[in-house]
Design a protein around this ligand. Structure first.
Ligand SMILES: *Cc1c(COP(=O)(O)O)cnc(C)c1O
Ligand code: SF4
Length: 348
């Protein structure tokens, strides 16, 4: 199926991104349809107008039929808990909107700028801190993008540009190609980083054109994928990630610590092991950002630290992700784990 020679055969009349475009148009968008696909009773409907349900069919295939508590299902199923108002949960908990220096450009951390190229995603994760954002739907216009690139080019302190969203891989290849080309022509830009959940949730998106963009980039390309549970990694996700690595990319993972999804030492250990099996190192384990409608996913800081303690006792250091929390106004993500405690002060 992945025979490169097939591309030049006369049967291949559709563009090479045909597969992922089809997958994108076939994402499930109704709660009832999703539950019925898993043999579950739909029950009462929950309508989430601002941030509707969306999940690729290939991701549904990785869920356990008949299990209403499936950790993959829990990440995408709209629930009544989302409409609860809980103290401390707001619509811009990380203060991102304050660090925007132009439409789509956030500069918050030294040396790095975040370019929000699109608000679109292949999957809608219910815990997402971007769920309430004003840019949640469209992409940057060409004019906004050109303006953003000019701004980045004019600031020599920026060494790394992080493409984020939404999911940057929802952009067409031709647009990504031009963008990477322009960004890597800026002399002070040393690295391009792409934050994306797509290699995991819609691996068919990692097509030959995209791999070519990575392989021919003037600067190193780093993918920070987003996987929260070992069961998200199936053979297709593994081969998509393998192809990115073969094209020369560095691939790291970030996860969000989520109640009922990965809040156990076993789940986190399995996740790290399975990531390493496919060539990916765990980077961050994020404490949930307190965005409205997500309180049911929260894990207390003390429990989060205990969990990371537990996995640190089981895994080599390089497989332990950094537990971090986003605190508005800080110049980096704040580590919650690893600061010396009273108990280990005796180590000379
Ligand atoms: C997390 C984040 C980054 C990247 O931070 P790293 O610690 O380098 O991964 C950059 N900009 C913003 C706004 C972020 O939230
Ligand atoms: S893919 Fe990323 S940005 Fe999109 S909804 Fe999920 S967590 Fe949010």
């Amino acid at each position: 199926m992945n025979d490169p020679a097939a591309k030049s055969s006369s049967d291949e009349q559709l563009p090479p991104d045909r597969n992922w475009r089809t997958a994108m148009s076939r994402t499930l968008q109704h709660r009832e349809e999703l539950l019925l696909a898993l043999g579950l009773m739909p029950g009462h409907d929950v309508v989430a107008r601002a941030f509707p349900l969306r999940v690729p069919r290939g991701f549904v295939d990785r869920m356990q039929p008949g299990d209403p508590d499936d950790p993959l299902l829990r990440q995408v199923l709209t629930t009544r808990e989302e409409s609860l108002e809980v103290d401390g949960y707001s619509s811009d908990p990380v203060g991102d909107l304050d660090s925007a220096i132009a439409p789509g450009v956030l500069k918050k951390y030294a040396g790095r700028a975040l370019l929000i190229v699109t608000g679109a995603c292949a999957i809608h994760c219910r815990y997402c801190f971007r769920r309430t954002y004003p840019y949640a739907h469209g992409s940057l216009t060409n004019r906004e993008l050109a303006n953003a690139i000019d701004l980045l080019a004019a600031d020599p302190t920026i060494e790394e540009i992080i493409l984020s969203g939404g999911d940057p891989l929802t952009l067409p290849n031709s647009r990504l190609d031009t963008l990477v080309d322009k960004l890597t022509q800026i002399p002070h830009v040393r690295r391009i980083r792409i934050h994306t959940r797509i290699p995991v949730v819609m691996p068919e998106r990692i097509d030959s054109y995209l791999l070519d963009i990575v392989a021919t980039s003037r600067r190193p390309v780093i993918f920070v994928i987003h996987c929260n549970h070992a069961r998200e990694i199936n053979a297709s996700a593994a081969s998509a990630v393998g192809a990115l690595i073969d094209a020369g990319a560095t691939v790291l993972n970030q996860s969000v610590l989520l109640r009922g999804v990965n809040d156990s030492a076993d789940a986190l250990t399995d996740l790290s092991e399975c990531l390493f099996d496919i060539g990916v190192l765990p980077y961050y384990l994020h404490q949930l950002d307190p965005v409205i409608g997500t309180a049911h996913f929260a894990v207390e800081d003390a429990q989060a630290i205990e969990l990371v303690d537990a996995i640190s006792g089981r895994l080599p250091g390089y497989l332990v992700p950094r537990l971090v929390k986003e605190i508005p106004g800080r110049s980096a993500k704040t580590p919650l784990h690893g600061t010396p405690s009273k108990h280990n002060n005796d180590a000379a």
